[in-house]
Every structure is written in C-alpha cells, then in structure tokens.
Design a binder for this molecule. Structure first.
Ligand SMILES: [Zn+2]
Length: 166
C-alpha cells in the first residue's frame, strides 16, 4: 500500500523546475522539495531535522498560519487540549495516521488552550476536531475522536473528493 498518484489538488504539478514547498515542523522554514524526494525522508535544509517525523508537532497560532499558508501539501490539523480525555486517547491514533499519511499529507497539532484566538477564529466548537487544509483553505472538518484507520480513511476520502472536478 501507500502507492497511488500523489494528489496535487489543482495546484501546479511539481516538476524539477517547480519543487514543492514544504514547511519544516521544527523550525518552520519553507523548504523546496522535489516531489520524487518526498518519500526519501527529506531533512530540513535549515535545522536538518526530518520534514516528516511521523510524530505530529504542536504548532502555535502563528506557526499554524505559516504552515497552512505556505505548504503545498495538504495539512491535517488535530485541534486538542491537555485536559480533554478523548483528545489524549486519540493522540496515539493521530501519530499512527501520520506514519501512514506522510509524506502525502502533513499532520500537525494545535493546542486550543494555547491558541485560543485561532480556535475562535476558526470556530472550533468542540475538541478533538480534525480539520484538513489544502492550499490555505479548510476543505473538511470532523469533530470527535477517531481511530487511526478512520483518520486515514477520512483524510483520503476528503482529498479524493476535493481533487474531483466540481
Ligand atoms: Zn527545520
């Protein structure tokens, strides 16, 4: 598994002349990565940490805006909070999903206690909530805890729907 054509969602298809923009989850530098190198465990050119670690990183509101605004990969966000039991239960499932979905999708987390303004701006009403962003726009949202297989299936389903002609 894990094959299949990458999803470019109407964005200009990457080519050697046109590498993908991928935002580093550690230092938030925008890297230019050739599509063919995505699966080779690319490191960040700035901080030299892996761009896809399989361990979703917690982002501040500012970092979130940067990722969603600049990444040319779909970004799946887990909105959570430390006091939320179902969120803590879902955390290992989200990590498992990251190992399956990366590097075709980038998975990150936002602590809504720390990023309250962002939660309000996006109208996050309950947690955990998963939201999928493509090209800076939210394309899908799902509230409630999910298992790893469901997270993967939901994300792939949303992406295939999004990339279908309107
Ligand atoms: Zn970096």
């Amino acid at each position: 598994m894990g094959g299949g054509a990458p999803i470019w969602l109407g964005m200009e298809a990457p080519s050697p002349m046109n590498p993908l923009h991928v935002v580093c989850p550690h230092c938030h530098t925008t890297n230019r990565v050739q599509a063919a190198d995505l699966g080779k465990g690319p490191d960040c050119g700035s901080c030299h940490q892996p761009l896809f670690s399989g361990e979703p990183v917690n982002l501040s509101a500012t970092e979130f805006e940067r990722h969603v605004g600049r990444s040319q990969l779909p970004v799946l966000v887990d909105f959570w909070a430390p006091w939320c039991g179902p969120c803590r239960m879902m955390a290992p499932a989200f990590e498992q999903a990251a190992r399956q979905l990366e590097p075709r999708v980038q998975l990150v987390k936002v602590n809504t206690d720390e990023a309250q303004g962002l939660g309000a701006q996006l109208n996050i009403r309950s947690i955990p909530t998963l939201a999928l962003f493509v090209g800076g726009r939210e394309v899908a949202r799902q509230a409630g805890a999910m298992g790893a297989a469901d997270i993967v299936r939901w994300t792939q389903g949303q992406l295939s729907r999004t990339s279908a002609p309107a």
